[in-house]
Design a protein. Structure first.
Length: 118
């Protein structure tokens, strides 16, 4: 199982980035996917989530209206489009895959750094 994030970068306030998370080793289309972030000395927090079909999405209040989560099951990839970035969005962003069967299957990526600074 692998989740590989990419797209993190240094960007100026007000700028945009698109993060990608490429999945392999499991049935991607059956898994709910989400993005988390962790800033220095802070707890990891949920940023956005999307259901296996892509129909249901949820967002942290702090990113509503600025971030959009999407997925392409054919490409086994989940995306996070981030617009109007703020310095407080600076964090390591992680991709997570979850499937609740008889047991919970729960996988994390290694993270990608997003820095918002002028």
């Amino acid at each position: 199982v692998q989740l590989v994030e990419s797209g993190g970068a240094l960007v100026q306030p007000g700028g945009s980035l698109r993060l990608s998370c490429a999945a392999s080793g499991f049935t991607f289309s059956s898994y709910a996917m989400s993005w988390y972030r962790q800033a220095p000395e802070k707890e990891r927090e949920l940023v956005a989530g999307i259901s296996s079909s892509g129909v249901s999405r949820n967002y942290a209040d702090s990113v509503k209206g600025r971030f959009t989560i999407s997925r392409d099951n054919a490409k086994r990839t989940v995306y996070l489009q981030m617009n109007s970035l703020k310095p407080e969005d600076t964090a390591v962003y992680y991709c997570r895959a979850q499937f609740r069967g008889i047991i919970l299957y729960d996988y994390w990526g290694q993270g990608t750094q997003v820095t918002v600074s002028s």
